[in-house]
Design a protein around this ligand. Structure first.
Ligand SMILES: C[S@@+](CC[C@H](N)C(=O)[O-])C[C@H]1O[C@@H](n2cnc3c(N)ncnc32)[C@H](O)[C@@H]1O
Length: 225
């Protein structure tokens, strides 16, 4: 019989060591051929645009991608998710300039860095929390993909319904030499499918903000979006 493991209750003491290891170890995982094909299919569209680029990573059904495109009408928004099932449930908006891409961000982020893309903003809204302590390396900030996420740059916004995720995210940013601010969100109009669900359940919501392009003395406190 499987023993129940409760969610992690406090920040892991070895988080900084895990992050430091990823920062100093080259990531060997090969990029899948299908990820390159998917990237090449939208590359021209992104590179032909003179608008600032906003990336909405792990966008799920893409409600946030549509909402971001409405909120930033002079930007090009790119929603990325690996789930064909979720992307198929996307409801396209009438306004705003945006593109949806099916890809694993473990590959997409590296391809975008290699292509020299410099997003103005990067959103990571309600990533899977992997709440058991033993699952920490699956969380983005403790995964080998974290240094690539940092290299991609831009104003980073992460949202989560788990305060510990926000707290550990900031700790990981600090370990890598970046400032990070976290705040409790008061939201009237949810912008993603999961945000809607969490608000209906009465969950507390948190955001992490970091300016990945700034000099380390400046703190980015986020915007409404
Ligand atoms: C909890 S859902 C949140 C979706 C959306 N951001 C929202 O708030 O409604 C997490 C999403 O992350 C996506 N995801 C998880 N790992 C991914 C990866 N490696 N690459 C791309 N998408 C991923 C899943 O497919 C899922 O849609």
């Amino acid at each position: 019989m499987k023993r129940y493991k409760p969610p992690q209750q406090a920040p892991r003491e070895d988080l900084s060591d895990i992050v430091a290891t990823h920062l100093h170890t080259p990531w060997q995982r090969p990029i899948a051929a299908h990820s390159r094909v998917a990237f090449d299919a939208i590359r021209y569209r992104v590179e032909a645009s003179s608008q600032p680029l906003i990336i909405d990573s792990c966008c799920g059904t893409g409600d946030s991608t549509r909402n971001l495109a409405n909120a930033f009408p002079s930007s090009l928004v790119l929603g990325v998710d690996k789930s064909a099932h979720r992307l198929a449930r996307h409801r396209r908006g009438e306004q705003g300039d945006y593109v949806m891409l099916r890809s694993d961000v473990n590959d997409f982020w590296r391809l975008a860095v290699d292509a020299g893309w410099q997003p103005a903003r990067h959103y990571l809204l309600y990533p899977n929390p992997y709440p058991k302590a033993s699952q920490i390396r699956k969380r983005w900030y403790a995964s080998p993909a974290f240094p690539v996420l940092l290299k991609l740059g831009g104003l980073l916004t992460v949202r989560t319904n788990w305060g510990l995720y926000a707290e550990e995210f900031v700790c990981a940013l600090n370990t890598a030499g970046f400032k990070g601010a976290t705040k409790r969100l008061e939201i009237d109009r949810p912008i993603t499918g999961f945000e809607t669900k969490y608000l209906e359940r009465g969950n507390a919501l948190f955001a992490v903000f970091s300016d990945l392009d700034s000099n380390p003395d400046e703190e980015y406190g986020g915007t409404e979006f």
